[in-house]
Ligand binder design. Structure first.
Ligand code: ZN
Length: 150
């Protein structure tokens, strides 16, 4: 497992250093904001929906490396997906983050998102990793209230 943990760690570090889709969307159709007061993480997710499909996505935020890397990984994972595909991925990541530390992770299916499974060993960081996903979930629904992981 050592090598895999190192790889996952590198993915988190790299996405925090060079976040993907860290931008404002000029024509956002959906947006939501979330915060994790325990850690001070803030995330805003903006979506541009084309019918049922996520045609563009951007996030802005500040906070710890895990929260920012998770948001970056999220944007890459759901871009081009339909709302229901994105919701299914939200549920899958949520299940992964809240399962036992030794529960198997379907890395073939989750790809780089599997890197987030490493936070299960640090329960206080799970909310850092899940914040952007809860915010995405809120953005996909119309008229959503600001979300908090509290
Ligand atoms: Zn955090």
């Amino acid at each position: 497992m050592g090598d895999l943990s190192d790889l996952y760690q590198q993915i988190i570090v790299e996405h925090n250093r060079s976040p993907r889709n860290f931008k404002k969307l000029p024509h956002a159709t959906n947006a939501a904001e979330g915060s994790n007061p325990l850690c001070g993480d803030q995330i805003r997710v903006e979506l541009q929906l084309d019918g049922d499909r996520i045609a563009d996505i951007g996030f802005q935020g500040s906070g710890c490396a895990i929260s920012q890397a998770s948001a970056s990984l999220l944007t890459g994972a759901v871009l081009g997906k339909t709302k229901s595909e994105a919701e299914a991925l939200f549920r899958e990541v949520h299940t992964m983050l809240t399962s036992a530390t030794d529960a198997p992770v379907d890395a073939a299916r989750l790809g780089k998102l599997a890197a987030l499974a490493g936070v299960r060993r640090f329960p206080v960081r799970v909310k850092c990793a899940s914040l952007s996903w809860h915010t995405l979930h809120a953005a996909l629904r119309e008229g959503a209230e600001p979300v908090t992981t509290e």
